[in-house]
Design a protein. Sequence first.
Length: 152
Amino acid sequence: MTSAFSPPGSHEELEEGLRLTPRFDRDGLVAAIVTDARAGGVLMFAHMNAEALQATIESGVAHFWSRSRGKLWRKGEESGHQMKVVELRVDCDQDALWLSVEVAGTGAACHTGRRSCFYRKVTVGPDGPGALTLVEGERLFEPSAVYKAPKA
């Protein structure tokens, strides 16, 4: 597929211009942070390639590139928890995206059935560094009842 996006121009155009020229990495991906448009808070982190970004812009529904499955996927295509894009932003050097979304269905963004993929806190400091604590453990749906195969 031919990319609909032009390569970045000058440093000035990249940081101050009004043309979307995403800086995809060597694998053709750009980072995408997804937050809840109503409540705030991070829901998930994913990657987009040019095709996913173009599909998201054209449809208003979040699409991503699954590195583990090696294919394009529309968030919610199996679970029904589709993400309607309320706002899409690009960072200063156009190598990261921020999607503010409304999640359909139960409102769960994570394939584990939770509202957010960030449901565990990491202990920082000398008292057990790296230990995880569940902070948002409630499941909004049961994954085994929704998905045909385990998600990566």
